[in-house]
Design a binder for this molecule. Sequence first.
Ligand code: NAD
Length: 443
Amino acid sequence: MKRVCIVGSGYVGLVTGSCLSDLGNKVICVDNDKEKIASLRQLKMPIYEPGLEEIVRRNTARGRLEFTTDLKGSVGRSEIIFIAVGTPPKENGEADLSFVESVSKEIAESMKDYHLIVEKSTVPVQTGLRMKETIQDNVNKGVEFDIASNPEFLREGSAVDDFMKPDRIVIGVETEKAKQILTELYQPLEVPIIVTDIQSAELIKHASNSFLATKISFINALSIICELTGADIKMVAKGMGMDKRIGHFFLDAGLGFGGFCFPKDLAAFIRISERLGYNFELLKAVEKINRMQKERFIKKIEEVLWNLKGKTIGILGLSFKPNTDDIRFAPSIDIIEGLLKGGAKIKAYDPYAMDKMSKVLPDITYCKDAYEVACASDALVIVTEWSEFKEINLEKIKKLLNNPIIIDGRNIYDIDKMKELGFKYISIGRKTGGVTGASFSDL
Ligand code: NAD
């Protein structure tokens, strides 16, 4: 049993804290958002994440998990401190490390004996070194500490499962003591643990996310070639993915990636590379393709409707991917803003993300389900591939729509079935028509 403090109780911190308490550790989750902590104390989850509430309930009842805004007090009661605060992008794409810095300083000022401080947030390479300097400058004389990097690879929507059954755990350390503490902490998971230096661990995270984003942009660029040649991206991806060296994951063409990780981590990796003296052009192209894919999608909608002005467009799915309520950097925001700019009216539905989205886009109409969205809309647009959209009664949808038009940004329907039902069906990289040939220079 270890005494653990997690600073930042968001998607990563809350899942990490709850899961570590479930493994038998005594965990304090800290956040400076008073409302969040108050609601967690009442066992109300501030985020939608499958399976999280049960773990939180179980472990608070057992007295192994608590929530507080008091960081100073929590430091004294812990041996390992994870920093899991946000690292949002600045205007220029660089990671904003001000939360990491202020928390490091506060921890240092509160330490009276040895602590291991673990960087869990996704940060640019060499941030650990800066954290160490900040702590060194602010810690009481004679107090020893270690720094470690332990990047998190969980995915929203399956975060609890991903934390409990990861492919690997990466630990970047400078001392044997830090290595021992972290390997003991994670040993119950019985998964491979890779121990590296701190810079390598930091790079593994940025490189992994950038590589996955590259795969998505690659398949999206290929979807344009499919549209230009009459090939089918699903078949091409299947054929490619069966090669073990390529693998079939992250080869689903769509309207582009979003979320709190890929766009910002990619941008931050490009900026830190620049700072180090390397122009990472490959990753710049990945960003550009992603931007272009969203633009092309808006053009597809516009093309099938002749123009957007005065049209009512129904949007299904707002979260950046299914099974989460997270809308940070969601493609839906760019798509809806583009359509609004063209003069369209928007009706939208999402199973879990409408609350959050109504704060960002208050002036669109939120509906109770897909059918209310379809009712009297000029076209229906699939933005996020929630399972329930795969199961909707398409005959009923067709009757409710003004025109039988579906523009599918996630390729969730079968082309032949849509033809049979009498839909004008536009999707991505398949023989369903839509914009072709938008080039880099157009955007
Ligand atoms: P989040 O915004 O959900 O959570 C961050 C939390 O930190 C918030 O609750 C915020 O109130 C709190 N916070 C900020 N400053 C604080 C302070 N001074 N003291 C105490 N609490 C403070 O963010 P997230 O999605 O959990 O991401 C956190 C980090 O983990 C980021 O670096 C992110 O890139 C990384 N990450 C995220 C995911 C993901 O899927 N969300 C996956 C892997 C890694």
